[in-house]
Design a binder for this molecule. Structure first.
Ligand SMILES: C[S@@+](CC[C@H](N)C(=O)[O-])C[C@H]1O[C@@H](n2cnc3c(N)ncnc32)[C@H](O)[C@@H]1O
Length: 556
């Protein structure tokens, strides 16, 4: 076996640690590590380090505001709003109905629909789907039988509302340099106030009232006490308000002639924000933000997914005038007269659906099945490397090298347990005392790998304690218990917004309770785990599988 300088040093550390593994005290370990650090020419203070579990935050729901805002959100808000995209969860075929947070106020008008279609240069007869009034406002209804994958609509870029559209409009100069969503929001309000707008029929078909929790009253929001959804809703409201205050100074006041203060109100600006959040879909988000009239009347429904998006952009070559086109495809077979739906995002939990669109999913089989269904339950946990930790810089460095930041959000979904990378990040956060040698610069590149498995009983115990404290505190923050919510749902709730609130808070609590159970079980098996020291000695061939030293160590 050949050992490089790193291995030699590590061997020395491990050998010393190993020699003292049984019955070692913290002080002994500190001494051992102290000497090893001396070896590296490092001087560390070995004062006991306190780690604050408050750094485990109750995060906001993963959101895609970053899609609109990546670069310029204030860091605090960014941390709160920035999403950690969950891996797509395979969609299970089921009979899904949704609960909308209030009665949808549809602006359906057949004449306006005709006018919208002709303004897009489409012949009504050629359409295979048509906007019709449906349970959730306006929806697209199949005019004939449709096959899965069939192209339903193809809307060319010239018919989208993009930053380019805004630039070329009368307010183009005034909004120059503003974020894409701000440009589009002001454009919507400006055109809504323009009697001769080419977008008139589209704008008149848009819902005047939105159901997102952003538009709930304080009393309604009270039902969300303790939830992540409440935190996200309030953060968004604050964010939109801050943006409005900013553009009032930067845009509205300097261009008073373009922006009538009675039209460009905070309320109207919030409506426009809500419209953009509920009607734009990837990849037409962020810098490429675009509203696609007609296609954006498609409602949500879950479908058995083959991973192929229903909403996709066919890129034009530019040759012979060919341009980008938004193509809406049938997500499954539909019968004539049936409403065509697409999945707004299989990874979106109840909270995110409620915040962005104002509805949650429910399984319409029976009240019991509804209560048992956990497919959309979600809790997003944000972990943060504690500031003021004497090892903060080293920990940040290791996190960064491994592609993580000072704070990371992890989506916890039912039945999955904590994600592996979350456990690794947690171990890094609480790494301290004798284990801190893993933070040494020498081990930097391999540190993440080393801590991806249990480091030491103390470290794993600290992880469990922090998580159990965090889960308990989070569960204590809700105004109702899981049982109370279940009973309410089983008894039936008439108020749709209350129903949304109960489904969301129940979902969050169920995930937290499950997480708590996982860490309780984990902390009960800490004695059975294999830790870093034994693992590395075995990897280096210095002990055998029974834990005995291999003879070569003692060769001259
Ligand atoms: C992209 S728009 C779809 C068109 C919209 N129904 C309309 O009337 O203009 C998204 C909005 O439609 C509503 N919506 C879509 N799918 C829904 C569903 N499954 N249940 C309840 N409301 C839904 C929500 O208000 C959501 O914010």
């Amino acid at each position: 076996m050949e050992c490089g300088a790193e291995e030699v040093l590590e061997f020395l550390l491990l050998y010393r640690i190993r020699a003292n593994l049984r019955g070692r005290s913290k002080e002994t370990m500190a001494l051992l590590l102290g000497s090893s650090m001396l070896l590296c020419g490092h001087s560390w203070s070995l004062r006991p380090q306190r780690w604050r579990s408050s750094k485990i935050q109750r995060a906001s729901i993963p959101l895609e505001i970053c899609g609109y805002e990546k670069k310029r959100l204030p860091s605090r808000a960014e941390r709160y709003l920035h999403s950690h995209r969950a891996a797509a969860v395979p969609v299970i075929a089921r009979n899904v109905s949704t609960v909308s947070s209030s009665l949808d106020v549809s602006n359906y008008d057949a004449k306006k629909v005709e006018s919208l279609i002709s303004s897009l240069g489409i012949s009504g007869d050629s359409l295979v789907v048509k906007p019709e009034p449906v349970q959730s406002g306006i929806g697209l209804v199949a005019k004939r039988e449709l096959r899965k994958g069939e192209e339903l609509l193809a809307i060319p870029r010239k018919s989208w509302i993009t930053v380019e559209t805004v630039k070329q409009s009368p307010i183009g100069k005034a909004v120059e340099g503003q974020r894409p969503w701000v440009c589009l929001a002001l454009f919507l309000l400006s055109e809504r106030n323009n009697l001769n707008s080419p977008w008139k029929s589209y704008l008149e078909l848009l819902p005047a009232q939105l159901n997102s929790t952003l538009f709930w009253s304080d009393e309604e929001l009270g039902e969300l006490q303790g939830t992540q959804l409440l935190g996200s809703t309030l953060a968004f409201k604050q964010y939109v308000q801050n943006e409005f205050e900013r553009i009032r100074i930067e845009v509205l006041a300097p261009y008073m002639a373009l922006f009538d203060p009675s039209v460009f109100t905070m309320e109207a600006f919030s409506w426009a924000f809500g419209i953009l959040r509920s009607r734009t879909f990837a990849p037409l988000t962020g810098e490429d933000l675009a509203l696609v009239p007609l296609a954006d009347f498609v409602n949500h429904g879950t479908i058995e997914s083959d991973g192929k998006p229903s909403w996709e952009v066919r890129r034009g070559t530019g040759l012979f005038g060919s341009q980008d086109t938004l193509v809406l495809k049938a997500s499954r077979n539909f019968q004539a007269g049936e409403e065509v739906v697409m999945d707004y995002g299989s990874e979106k939990g109840h909270g995110q659906l409620a915040l962005e669109y104002g509805f949650v999913e429910s399984v319409e089989v029976s009240a019991a099945a509804f209560v048992q269904s956990q497919t959309k339950d979600c809790f997003s946990l944000t972990l943060e490397i504690p500031e003021g930790d004497r090892f903060t810089d080293d920990k940040l460095d290791i996190a960064e090298i491994s592609g993580y930041g000072a704070s990371v959000s992890f989506d916890i979904t039912p039945g999955q347990g904590p994600p592996e990378d979350m456990l690794t990040y947690l171990r890094l956060m609480v790494l301290d005392g004798p284990d801190a040698f893993l933070l040494e610069a020498l081990f930097r590149a391999a540190a993440w790998d080393h801590i991806s498995l249990p480091v030491s009983k103390e470290n794993e115990e600290a992880v469990c304690t922090a998580m159990l404290d965090g889960c308990r505190a989070a569960l204590d923050g809700y105004s109702t218990t899981i049982d109370e919510d279940v009973r309410m749902l089983e008894a039936g709730i008439e108020d749709p917004r209350l129903q949304v609130a109960v489904v969301v808070r129940l979902g969050e609590k169920r995930v937290l309770r499950e997480l708590q159970g996982w860490f309780e079980a984990h902390s009960a098996r800490l004695d059975q785990l294999e830790y870093y020291a034994e693992r590395r000695l075995r990897d280096l061939g210095l002990i055998d599988d029974r834990g005995y030293m291999t003879p070569w160590v003692f060769k001259g």
